[in-house]
Design a protein around this ligand. Structure first.
Ligand code: ADP
Ligand code: ADP
Length: 237
C-alpha cells in the first residue's frame, strides 16, 4: 500500500530531514510514528500525499510512483488519502455539515458552496460521515462552537466522506486534553477496524501510541530506529 524505498528528503536549505528510509505499510494497518520533536515524523507523513517532495529514493503508494504524478492525476491521487492536522483546519465560521460538504464534493463550483446548494445524496453522505464519528447532533452547529475533540471529529468526518483508502494524521491529538485525546484515538481505531482504512499517524505521546497502534515506527534524526509491534517498543526511541 505504502512503500518507501531508500527515501531521503532534503529541504531547500540543505537540511536532510529523512535519511534512507525503508518502510512498507500494508492495507488495513494502524501505524503510529513516534519520536522526539524535530525527528522527521511530520516530514515523513507529508511526503505520502506530496505535501512535501522526496529528494531521493522511491515512494510508491497504491501501486503509483508518487513523484511521477502531476496536475489532475495528483489531485485525484490526493482524494484517496485523508489528511488530518493538529489544528483541525476547519472553516470555523460555517456549519459542521457545510464543512463536510465542501471538503468531499469534488471540484465544487464556488457558487454552490456560497449559496449552500447541495444535492440530497450529498447531504445524506455528509450526515452519514458525521454519524460514524458520533457527532450527528452537531451537524447544524457552527464549527467554532465545538470543543477541540468535536472539531477533530468533524475533520475526520470530512475525510471519511471522501472514501479514503488511507488516513494520514499529523499529531491529531497533540492539542487535546488526555481524555479527549483518547476519545479521538478511539475514533481512529474504529475507522481502521470497521472500514479497513489504513491509518498512519504521528504522535508524541508514546503511551497512546502503544495503546492504540498495532505497529510502531520510531524515528530519530531522520532515520528509522525501531519498527515493530507496539508491545516491544524500546522506551528510548
Ligand atoms: P506545521 O506542521 O504547523 O504546518 P511547518 O510545516 O511550517 O509547521 O513546520 C514544521 C516544522 O519544521 C516546525 O517544527 C518548524 O519549526 C520547522 N520548520 C519549518 N520551516 C523551517 C525552516 N525553513 N527551517 C527550519 N525548520 C523549519
Ligand atoms: P517532527 O514532526 O518529528 O517534529 P519535522 O518533520 O517537522 O519533525 O522536522 C524534521 C526536521 O526538519 C526538523 O529539524 C525541522 O526543523 C526540519 N524542517 C522541517 N521543515 C523544514 C523546512 N521547510 N525547511 C528546512 N527544515 C525543515
Amino acid at each position: 500500500m505504502i512503500e518507501f524505498k531508500n527515501v531521503s528528503k532534503r529541504y531547500p536549505n540543505g537540511f536532510e530531514a529523512l535519511k534512507n528510509v525503508n518502510l512498507t505499510i500494508d492495507q488495513g494497518e494502524f501505524v503510529a510514528i513516534i519520536g522526539l520533536s524535530g525527528a522527521g515524523k511530520s516530514t515523513l507523513i507529508r511526503t505520502i500525499n506530496r505535501m512535501h517532495d522526496i529528494t531521493g529514493g522511491e515512494l510508491v503508494v497504491d501501486g503509483t510512483d508518487v513523484m511521477s504524478l502531476q496536475g489532475k492525476e495528483l489531485r485525484r491521487f490526493r482524494r484517496k488519502i485523508g489528511m488530518i492536522f493538529q489544528s483541525f483546519n476547519l472553516i470555523t465560521r460555517t456549519t459542521v455539515i457545510k464543512n463536510v460538504l465542501t471538503a468531499f464534493v469534488p471540484e465544487l463550483p464556488w457558487w454552490r458552496a456560497t449559496f449552500g446548494i447541495f444535492k440530497k445524496e450529498e447531504k445524506i453522505k455528509a450526515l452519514e460521515a458525521l454519524d460514524k464519528v458520533g457527532i450527528l447532533d452537531k451537524a447544524f452547529v457552527r464549527a467554532d462552537q465545538l470543543s477541540g475533540g468535536q472539531q477533530q471529529r468533524v475533520a475526520l468526518a470530512r475525510t471519511l466522506a471522501q472514501n479514503p483508502q488511507i488516513i494520514l494524521a499529523d499529531e491529531p491529538v497533540a492539542s487535546l486534553d488526555p481524555v479527549t485525546a483518547k476519545q479521538v484515538m478511539d475514533d481512529f481505531l474504529r475507522i481502521n477496524r470497521d472500514m479497513k482504512i489504513t491509518v498512519l499517524l504521528n504522535i508524541h505521546h508514546v503511551d497512546l501510541a502503544l495503546q492504540y497502534a498495532t505497529r510502531v515506527v520510531g524515528i530519530r534524526a531522520g532515520e528509522i530506529v525501531y519498527d515493530g509491534p507496539a508491545q516491544e517498543v524500546d522506551q528510548k526511541v
